[in-house]
Design a protein around this ligand. Structure first.
Ligand SMILES: *Cc1c(COP(=O)(O)O)cnc(C)c1O
Length: 201
């Protein structure tokens, strides 16, 4: 089995690091996969998804891949982060990256939009005293070779305080030998990657 106990241990370790109960994280094959799955589970199809012009190209790719409409938003004048003031009532979902480890406080504007906090560049950064990744509906992390930690070159994680959402994503990730006809996909991390990943060494 490629995805097994080491993946589970890595998921639990990230929960512990972020101050979440166990069962609030699911490991996947990349940060891009984590973002794509997040959009899928927030029902992004045909919805308006806002993200900053200045960020990783993965955000534009996954928005298109999830059949959502991309709304490009400018950065702040004094920071490379997205200007949340520019998110208007047309937006259904916002992807908010904390660029270069610079955390930003996320306030919900105008209406209760869904928020994905993209922490690919900010594992361990804090907003007030809590770790980034917990401000939105979903937090995503990347363990690509150039990020704060890596799981052997590629890897990602999705976190949420909503453990039932995480459970649904775990079900989606387990695509093989299922008894129903639900469509799932192989976005798995391997135990070999997860063994390289851990934060506490
Ligand atoms: C690296 C990065 C991603 C994509 O992560 P991969 O693991 O490379 O797919 C997404 N968003 C931001 C802000 C990134 O820096």
């Amino acid at each position: 089995m490629a995805q097994g106990k080491a993946v589970e241990a890595f998921e639990e370790e990230l929960c512990d690091f972020l101050g979440l109960p166990n069962g609030c994280a699911v490991a996947v094959s990349s940060g891009t996969a984590a973002l794509y799955i997040s959009l899928l589970f927030l029902g992004a199809k045909d919805k308006n998804v806002a993200f900053p012009t200045y960020t990783c190209s993965a955000l534009r790719n996954i928005t298109t891949f999830a059949s959502a409409n991309s709304l490009l938003v400018d950065s702040q004048i004094s920071s490379p982060n997205i200007d949340l003031e520019l998110i208007d009532k047309n937006v259904d979902i916002a992807i908010v990256p904390n660029m270069f480890g610079i955390p930003q406080i996320i306030n919900r504007i105008n209406k209760p939009i869904k928020i994905i906090e993209d922490c690919a560049q900010s594992l361990g950064a804090k907003v007030k005293s809590s770790n980034v990744g917990l401000q939105g509906d979903i937090g995503v992390f990347s363990f690509y070779a150039t990020k704060l930690i890596t799981s052997g070159g590629q890897g990602g994680m999705i976190v949420s305080k909503d453990s039932s959402l995480i459970q649904e994503i775990k079900d989606y990730r387990l695509f093989d030998r299922r008894n129903d006809s639900k469509i799932r996909f192989n976005f798995q991390m391997t135990d070999l990657q997860a063994a390289i990943g851990p934060i506490y060494c």
